[in-house]
Design a protein around this ligand. Structure first.
Ligand code: FO1
Ligand code: 5AD
Ligand code: SF4
Length: 332
């Protein structure tokens, strides 16, 4: 019998179509000014992706700076994201796109080349538009919530979350969690909620204090009380001190998100290597298991070609899981 508690992660690699962004979130260490960052070419993307084959990577996270909705570059940018997703699929990976707010037509189109998509609500607090989001029109709370509704209407398995420690109060965190819970109650499409502790980096304008691990624990407990039980809570293991990781799991987090060679958003915080993470966690009684970027109960929402690709990965991952089980049972 296996009584081990399990925590999941997604073996992932991040492609960045462009760092250029018309927003200037003052906590961001990722963005470049519009026109100052070249776009990732399909040739370079293909070279990167081919080198990842047979390395255990499953998910390709497409993470981008944002091109203004009225820019004459906008449709080129969306087409480029589409092409990158299609390329990743053709090489055998499963794309998950998080590139900021999308129009209904844009989102509907990207649904055909993604197994899931995501967008952080950040916080619903309107006063942040006078502080960290003063120059970030795409962080308007109503716009971000409308994106959750749109994804629900389109039946897209969705990842969202809160950025913690950007000037919100505890009551405002509660409001953000309530808003996500309400959207999920209507469409049942939120597969996971990321609780992302703000972590200072080297290039941002703001340089606030890191969100404390103690407050993160309290937020996990709060989130577990507010969110429906079918939503998985995700925490990034590179932004949580090792000493607090198992307490986060005890409080209700069950997923560690995409783990890859480089965290593009928080480059100052390298991801722990999965084998080291697994051994740390096993000391605390937790088994680390890989997962796909789409949770099984959403497979029915996919078009046939995507469903087939996911099915192939489910079989492979089940094989890996059984091998790991065998090693534990037989000590091999
Ligand atoms: O490595 C990272 N992965 C991030 N991911 C990846 C995420 O952990 C996985 O792509 C999902 O769990 C799907 O498997 C995000 C995905 C989203 O949909 C929204 C926000 C994020 C944020 C990050 C991030 O800051 N760093
Ligand atoms: C992709 C996601 O990364 C998060 N993000 C952006 N900057 C930071 C930072 N300094 N620390 C932690 N998370 C950050 C935001 O929540 C964004 O939506
Ligand atoms: S967090 Fe996203 S929207 Fe904000 S500046 Fe950075 S890339 Fe742009």
């Amino acid at each position: 019998m296996d009584f081990a508690k399990t925590v999941t992660y997604s073996p992932a690699y991040t492609l960045v179509p462009t760092y250029e962004c018309f927003n200037r979130c003052s906590y961001c260490n990722f963005r470049a000014d519009p026109g100052k960052s070249t776009w990732l070419t399909l040739t370079d993307a293909e070279t990167q992706l081919r080198s990842l084959q047979h390395q255990g990577v499953i998910e390709i996270l497409i993470l981008s700076g944002e091109v203004h909705p009225h820019s004459d570059q906008r449709s080129l940018w969306v087409q480029h994201i589409y092409d990158l997703c299609e390329l990743a699929l053709s090489i055998g990976f499963l794309p998950h796109t998080n590139v900021g707010p999308l129009s209904l037509v844009e989102m509907e189109r990207l649904k055909t080349v993604n197994v899931s998509m995501g967008l952080m609500v950040e916080q619903v607090t309107p006063t942040l538009l006078q502080t960290v989001h003063r120059h970030a029109p795409s962080k308007l709370p109503a716009l971000r919530l409308q994106q959750l509704a749109q994804a629900g209407e389109l039946q897209i398995p969705f990842t969202t979350g809160l950025l913690l420690g950007i000037g919100e109060t505890e009551a405002e965190r509660w409001q953000t969690l309530e808003a996500i819970a309400q959207s999920h109650q209507r469409w049942r499409h939120i597969q996971e909620v990321i609780l992302q502790p703000y972590s200072p980096g080297d290039t941002e304008a703001w340089a606030g204090a890191a969100f404390s691990p103690q407050q993160l624990l309290e937020t996990i407990t709060l989130a577990r009380r507010i969110l429906p039980s079918d939503i998985v809570l995700q925490i990034p293991p590179n932004l949580v001190p090792r000493s607090h990781l198992s307490a986060c799991l005890d409080a209700g987090a069950r997923d560690l998100g995409g783990i890859g060679p480089h965290d593009e958003v928080n480059p100052a915080y390298p991801h722990p290597i999965d084998v080291e993470l697994a051994s740390d966690l096993s000391e605390a009684g937790w088994t680390l298991m890989p997962r796909l970027p789409i949770y099984p109960h959403y497979d029915a929402w996919l078009a046939q070609a995507l469903k087939d690709a996911v099915e192939r990965w489910r079989e492979r991952i089940e094989g890996r899981r059984q091998k790991a089980e065998g090693r534990r049972v037989f000590g091999g």
